[in-house]
Ligand binder design. Structure first.
Ligand code: BES
Ligand code: ZN
Length: 884
């Protein structure tokens, strides 16, 4: 089913206020699998901010059957309105308040796009962000149209005993003389349509309550498929932890009588912040020690926090238009990162966030899909829920906090909420609150929102023994991106330290006597020289501490200095970064056509340093584990930036891992043995950290290729008492050609074939395995009886895992990986464009590959471009080719 969809860009510069306002909405749903009837009563009025004069009323609508339409109760005839594929226009409406009654029918069962009202395992549910509400009724479906909603839902009592919508429950009763019942919900907070939600189904629930700081009692419910109630404890704890944290850290209280969460198994994204009724992909709710890994527990905690935090950053204060998406997403990611740092292990979380940024956002910013944190145009908004908007957007909030200080940032956020509660606003409104509270001029900082591309920051340090001064030379440049040629210098907070000969931080005093208490410099020009005085001996600079800005840093440090930082830096992030930099330098050299294998003297030296750090008892085990995770294939490809041969990158990594494994073997073996689990399982950061360290040690031991270590991995699998250990061992074995591999995979399948979320792990492990036959493997997995293209989690487990996490397989020299992805995405594109377009994002870095693979990826993309594509996929394919 292909829609003749518009392919022309929309521009931020074209923003215009809505001609009409919707003040109140009453919705009446009669749920039915194939013909759900929706009666909408809208109270509208002309927008007083728009010049008067009979403007037509234009409503959005898609895939709807219109049954009737009445204005001020008077039925309209076909000639009174203009019904098109995606709009309903009433040319003549009153210049005063009026009502519109619209009755439509939609088909939830046939909705495989999972946008609007659809069914997931029999449960009726909705996804309206960004433009799904128009698939439920005709509406002014844009985020600056805020209305108060009352929703009545009627359904078969057996089919849908649970009926939920936003806000507070008002009424629930049977419809006398029928097998049907209904519920009424009212949400007192005006909201845009994208935050609307409805759920109806046969669901079980787990309940608890939370008393807010001001003493209001809130009912908490998590709704899941019956039988899954024992998998909700962790999620419920996260809800309460998030609610408390937002009160303590940002003074934000919850505002309704109930907070409901529903877990569904078919969901395009992770989760959605609908007011008072968050809907989640069930993989981000359900957890039990035997089914969920530590990584799962951590993402459940983070995503619950994220969606909950949207209640203020997104729901109470929302976006004027979709160009402002970072206003809610970047800020809310920043808030969930801060939550995780405060409630788990700060530095480890910072490392994880930066890894994420560099793995996903840096390539985006360096490739054909580069766009600013606030894009100036888009064809399909669904394609702009990107790493740039989210991850870089969060970094911009972090930089503001760094520049204003934690207290100043908190005050500025308070002012932002005070000024804009109940409004739909812009990035300017947000930054203005920051500027007003701090008295700072943030006009240059605004470039972070409007300029795409990752700034390159080059730093070098000279020491003058006569004057005892150190000169730090800093220069910045933003290379042109396909969307923007000319770039202006940025306002960059640069945190640093200077380490003295014994590794301690030296006091930082500038030439003019200013002491840098917080070690913060501000780079605003293209070039700066900062002079530090009273430096007794040549210092080692630790630059960009805590990753204080989303830039690429280049320095003139040699291997000795990097090793020195690796051993001594007081900034935990930079200490880890030093180890990564050291390894990256070895790996990029080794992955060049005539490079030296990463097994020489330098590799041995790295191995020793890593072994030392990994066994430093004073450090958190989770932090130590990060040192043992060597740079990934995508890290190396990104650093190489051109002529990348994924096989050479993989080989370099294997060689280095083997060298580290062999050199540090005694230490790693000790760690493996001493960290064996003792008590019962707990998902807390302490225990999870021990498992992470032990599993990272195991991974390097197996990398030696030694038969006894492979045996160790197999034993690890067999004796695993939790999913973290089981899936780690399975993943390690999956790359090998040992009989243990097949045995473990078979065992895992037999044990978990009826647990969809665990079975996804089985699919994903195989799709990620770096083996010669991986294209054939994923192709075969598509024909597995348990595979379905209709379930996004399953699709991601196989297709996205392969395309995004199996570089040698996806980039196989004969182009087989590219063809596989293209044809799978094309098939999915016919019914779920959003999902298909996301999968096609895997092509974004094709231009950094060596010529042969480039040609083959390009040919595949060109072939795709000749096909009939959804708007979503059209935009990705053409922009990736450099056309749109
Ligand atoms: N508002 C989004 C969900 C969303 C994304 C709806 C795209 C429609 C289109 C939600 O708040 C979100 O950002 N979810 C993330 C997880 C989050 C922790 C970053 C997701 O779903 O991946
Ligand atoms: Zn979000």
């Amino acid at each position: 089913m292909h829609q003749a969809a518009p392919r022309t860009p929309k521009y931020l510069a074209d923003y215009a206020l809505p001609d009409h306002l919707i003040e109140e909405v009453e919705l009446d749903f009669k749920l039915d699998p194939t013909a759900t009837r929706v009666a909408a009563k809208l109270r509208l009025r002309p927008n007083p901010k728009v010049a008067p004069g009979g403007r037509p009323l234009v409503l959005h609508g898609e895939n709807l059957t219109l049954l009737s339409l009445a204005l001020d109760r008077k039925p309209l005839e076909a000639e009174d309105y203009d019904l098109r594929e995606t709009t309903l226009t009433i040319p003549e409406v009153p210049g005063r308040p009026f009502t519109l009654d619209i009755v439509t029918v939609c088909n939830p069962e046939a909705n495989a796009a999972l946008s609007g009202l659809y069914r997931s395992s029999g449960t009726y549910c909705t996804q309206c962000e960004p433009e799904g509400f128009r698939r439920i009724t005709y509406f002014i479906d844009r985020p600056d149209a805020l209305a108060v909603y009352t929703v009545r839902i009627e359904a078969d009592r057996d089919e849908a005993p649970v009926l939920l919508s936003n806000g507070n429950p008002m009424e629930q009763a049977d419809v006398p003389g029928t097998n049907r019942h209904y519920a009424v919900w009212h949400d007192p907070f005006p909201k845009p349509s994208y935050l609307f939600a409805l759920v109806g189904g046969n669901l079980a629930s787990v309940s608890d309550s939370f008393t807010t700081a001001s003493g209001r009692k809130v009912a908490l419910n998590i709704y899941v498929e019956p039988g899954k109630q024992d998998c909700c404890d962790w999620a419920m704890k996260s809800v309460k932890r998030s609610m408390r944290w937002d009160e303590e850290r940002f003074g934000r209280e919850y505002d309704l009588d109930v907070f409901n969460i529903v877990a569904v198994s078919d969901f395009n994204m992770g989760a959605m912040e609908n007011k008072g009724l968050n809907v989640f992909n069930d993989k981000l709710i359900l957890a039990r020690p035997d089914t969920a890994s530590d990584a799962d527990y951590a993402s459940i905690d983070g995503v619950i926090a994220h969606e909950y935090f949207h209640n203020w950053t997104g729901d109470r204060v929302t976006c004027r238009d979709w160009f402002q998406l970072c206003l809610k997403e970047g800020l809310t990611v920043f808030r969930d990162q801060e939550y995780t740092s405060d409630t788990r292990t700060g530095p480890v979380n910072r490392i994880a966030s930066v890894r994420m940024l560099k793995t996903h956002q840096f390539p985006e910013d360096a490739g054909p899909l580069a766009h600013p944190v606030r894009p100036a145009s888009f064809i399909e908004i669904n394609n702009f829920y990107t790493a740039t908007v989210y991850e870089k957007g969060a970094e911009l909030c972090r930089m503001l906090q760094t520049l204003l200080g934690r207290e100043g940032f908190r005050k500025a956020l308070d002012l932002y909420f005070e000024r804009h509660d109940g409004e739909a606003v812009t990035v300017e409104d947000f930054v203005e609150a920051m500027a007003d509270v701090s008295g700072r001029d943030l006009s240059q900082f605004m470039r972070w929102y409007t300029q795409s591309g990752t700034p390159e920051l080059a730093c070098s340090l000279d020491y003058d023994p006569h004057t005892k001064t150190a000169h730090l030379r800093v220069s910045q440049v933003v290379a042109p991106t396909p969307d923007q040629n000319k770039k202006e210098p940025m306002h960059i907070p640069l945190k640093l330290g200077l380490l003295g000969a014994n590794g301690d931080d030296l006091p930082l005093v500038l030439e003019d006597g200013t002491a840098l208490e917080d070690g913060l410099l501000e780079v605003t020009e293209r070039e700066h020289v900062f002079t530090f005085r009273d430096i007794p001996s040549p210092p080692t600079p630790s630059l960009l501490r805590d990753f204080s800005a989303p830039v690429r840093l280049t320095t003139s440090l040699d291997a000795d200095q990097i090793e020195f930082l690796m051993m001594h830096d007081s900034d935990p992030f930079n200490r880890w970064q030093a180890a990564q930099t050291y390894a990256t330098n070895l790996l990029t050299a080794a992955a060049q056509p005539d490079g030296d294998a990463a097994s020489g003297k330098e590799a041995v030296r790295l191995a020793k340093a890593l072994g030392t750090t990994a066994s430093e008892e004073a450090l958190h085990p989770a932090y130590r584990a990060e040192f043992l995770k060597l740079p990934s294939e995508s890290d190396i490809a990104r650093e190489l930036a051109r002529d990348v041969d994924p096989d050479a990158v993989w080989q370099a990594g294997e060689t280095l891992r083997a060298t580290v494994g062999r050199t540090a073997r005694p230490t790693l073996t000790d760690l493996y043995t001493s960290l064996a689990p003792s008590g019962p399982f707990s998902p807390d950061p302490e225990e999870a950290g021990r498992r992470a360290l032990r599993n990272a040690a195991l991974d390097l031991l197996v990398a030696t290729g030694d038969a006894s270590e492979i045996e160790r991995a197999f034993t690890h699998y067999r004796e695993a008492s939790n999913m973290t250990d089981a899936i780690t061992a399975l993943s390690i074995l999956s790359h090998l050609d040992a009989p243990h591999r097949d045995e473990a995979l078979q065992h895992f399948y037999t044990r978990w074939e009826n647990e969809p979320l665990v079975l996804d792990k089985w699919f994903a492990v195989q799709a990620r395995a770096a083996r010669n036959d991986s294209v054939e493997t994923v192709q075969a997995l598509l024909s597995h009886p348990k595979f379905s293209l209709k379930n996004p989690n399953r699709v991601r487990a196989v297709i996205a895992s392969f395309a995004q996490a199996n570089p040698t397989g996806f980039n196989r020299a004969d182009g087989g990986g590219y063809d596989f992805l293209a044809s799978a995405a094309l098939e999915i594109d016919r019914f779920n464009p959003h999902l298909a377009a996301r999968l096609l994002g895997a092509f974004e870095s094709w231009r950094i590959l060596e010529p042969k693979r480039q040609a083959s990826a390009q040919a595949t993309l060109q072939r795709l471009a000749t096909q009939e594509l959804s708007t979503d996929s059209y935009e990705i394919v053409n922009k990736t080719l450099g056309r749109a």
